[in-house]
Design a binder for this molecule. Sequence first.
Ligand SMILES: *Cc1c(COP(=O)(O)O)cnc(C)c1O
Length: 354
Amino acid sequence: MNIEIKLTEEPKLKPSDENNLGFGTIFTDHMFIMEYNGDRGWENARIEKFHDILVSPAANVFHYGQEIFEGMKAYKNNGEVFIFRPDMNAKRANNSLERLCMPKIKEEDFVEAVKKFVEVEKDWVPKSNGTTLYLRPFVIGLDPKLGVHPSSHYYFIIIASPSGAYYAKGMSPVSIWVEDEYVRAVRGGVGFTKTGGNYAASMAGQEKAEAHGCEQTLWLDGVERKYIEEVGSMNICFKIDGKVVTPMLNGSILPGVTRDSIITLCKDFGYEVEERRVSLEELIVAAENGKLEECFGTGTACVVSPVGKLINKDRTMVIGNGGIGPLSQKLYDTLTGIQYNMIEDKHGWRIKVC
Ligand SMILES: *Cc1c(COP(=O)(O)O)cnc(C)c1O
């Protein structure tokens, strides 16, 4: 793929305090953009100044939500910049695109776009411990037509945001609200895709969780509301009686890159890993018997997020002793060690950009 690079003549001041970057509010100097024009396919790939885009108010994305996105990070250590398993994001983007009747992007083009863009913005990758350059690739449908049809014009854009350490104040266990009224997704729907509508549907549950003093929502299956699915933007994993157990990919949960990596690492560590249906009832019984040893969320943003409590209606399940479990800590240290080029990467997950 030919990517034209037009560097800005007005570079912005980079944030001086890497301890206060927060998440997703500061954007870099440039963006990657390419267009899909009907029969001509994807074209005009370029990296140019970060700018607002002019889109018709009738554009499909605003009315019918033809939109998919990805979430990735670039990591800096010793002046070198790395990304993590970009091929997995490219594949998942294509699964999302296909489900939403949007045109696919060649895997190697997706990865090349991410790499080139990160290389151009390498000075924007923060270097303090735990900080990253968060990358947000996304595709939107542009046709200005109110009939419900797939668009024939799209943008594929990548923007980037220097982000603070997720655990700026140290890793600490979160409380999670088990939501049994609202659901996030159903099998046959779009739960396995990273599409905006899933997040719009989740906000009411998230507000409920916060009203109950919890940081996040744990979703149950959309049919029986009996089986564990996942958390807002994380997959969920349990250690029950010595075994690692996580809900299987069933079409309604998002196949996380972190989830996949964690399963591999747990097997490397010698754990038996079960991907299967996990009922809320099973967790309640395991907690009562003192066998619910660990629970943690997994996702690109947090890497591993230990869960101290699961709260469902009036019932509170305390996980282990409510602190950070040893497996959660070991997985976090190993995965971040690989991402930041601090330990051996025997699975070939880490890709050096520059
Ligand atoms: C992005 C996301 C995840 C985590 O996926 P990763 O590839 O590990 O970042 C999990 N669940 C939902 C709903 C997500 O949007």
